[in-house]
Ligand binder design. Structure first.
Ligand SMILES: C[S@@+](CC[C@H](N)C(=O)[O-])C[C@H]1O[C@@H](n2cnc3c(N)ncnc32)[C@H](O)[C@@H]1O
Length: 237
C-alpha cells in the first residue's frame, strides 16, 4: 500500500520508521512518503499561510501550495485524497477496514486555523479524530494511518493478530492474562489454564459481552445476541 502525506512537518512522520509499521516499510509491504507542502509555494518568502479575510485570530493555509501539492502527488498516487479535520466523519474501525482495502491513499494535514475553503474541491473525504481540536492534522493522520496499515495483509506478524480484538465483532475485547499465574495473590481465571478450548472460547465471548455492556452500551444495544450468548451470559455473569 502506498500512502502519501502532505504536511508542513514531514519529520513528524518519522514515527513510522519504528515498530510494526517500520518493519512493514523495510519489508516493502507499505510505502509512506511525507511531502512538504512548503516546497510547492510560489511565494518568494516561502509563506504558506495568510490572514483570514473578514478578520479573526490566527492564520489560514493559502490554497496555492496545497492545491499544487495535491495535483503533483496525484500524478503518482491515484488514491482518495483525505483531509484530516474536525468537520469530517468521526473515524472508527469500520472506516479503517474499508480504507485498508485501497492500494493508495493521500492524506492532507491542515495547520494553524485550517485551510482555505477552496481547497476542499480537491478533497474526496474528511476524517475527524473526534470532537476536539488538535494543533495540526499530523496528530490525527498518525493514528488513522497506523490503524489502516495494521489491517493490511503481512503487516502484523503471526504473534500479533487483529482477529478477536476490540471492535472486530462489534464488541470490546475480553480480558487477557500472561505469566505469572499468580500475581500478588491475584490469580488467572481457572478456565484459561484448563486447556479446554471450547470453554475458553465461551468464557471470552461472555466477558467481551459483559465488558461491552458495562463500558459501551451504545455498541451493546446494536448486538443481536444468539441463544448461546444468552446462555453463557447467564453462566458467567
Ligand atoms: C487548530 S486546528 C484548526 C481548527 C479550526 N479552526 C476549527 O475550528 O475547525 C488545525 C488543524 O488541525 C487538524 N485538526 C484539528 N482537530 C482535528 C480533529 N479533531 N480531527 C482531525 N484533524 C484535526 C486540521 O487539519 C486542522 O486544519
Amino acid at each position: 500500500m502506498k500512502i502519501s502525506i502532505l504536511t508542513l512537518f514531514p519529520e513528524m512522520f518519522d514515527i513510522f520508521n519504528h515498530s510494526i509499521i517500520g518493519k512493514a516499510k523495510s519489508n516493502g509491504i507499505v510505502e509512506i512518503e511525507a511531502i512538504n507542502i512548503r516546497d510547492f509555494t510560489l511565494n518568494k518568502h516561502k509563506k504558506v499561510d495568510d490572514y483570514p479575510y473578514g478578520g479573526g485570530a490566527g492564520m489560514v493555509m493559502t490554497p496555492q501550495p496545497l492545491v499544487d501539492a495535491i495535483r503533483n502527488t496525484k500524478t503518482n498516487n491515484k488514491g482518495k485524497v483525505i483531509f484530516l479535520g474536525p468537520r469530517g466523519k468521526t473515524f472508527n474501525q469500520k472506516m479503517a477496514r474499508e480504507l485498508s482495502k485501497e492500494d493508495e491513499l493521500v492524506f492532507v494535514c491542515g495547520h494553524y486555523e485550517g485551510i482555505d475553503e477552496r481547497v476542499y474541491k480537491h478533497i474526496d473525504m474528511e476524517i475527524s479524530l473526534g470532537d476536539f481540536i488538535l494543533t495540526g492534522g499530523e496528530m490525527a493522520a498518525i493514528p488513522v494511518i497506523d490503524s489502516i496499515l495494521r489491517l493490511k495483509s503481512g503487516v502484523l506478524g503471526k504473534e500479533e493478530s487483529y482477529e478477536d480484538e476490540s471492535f472486530s465483532e462489534g464488541v470490546l475485547e475480553y480480558p487477557q492474562y500472561t505469566r505469572p499465574e499468580d500475581f500478588e495473590g491475584d490469580k488467572v481465571p481457572e478456565v484459561l489454564l484448563s486447556g479446554h478450548h471450547e470453554n475458553i472460547r465461551k468464557w471470552r465471548r461472555a466477558k467481551s459481552l459483559i465488558i461491552t455492556k458495562e463500558r459501551r452500551k451504545d455498541l451493546y444495544d446494536k448486538l443481536i445476541l444468539t441463544k448461546e450468548d444468552k446462555k453463557i451470559l447467564e453462566k458467567y455473569k
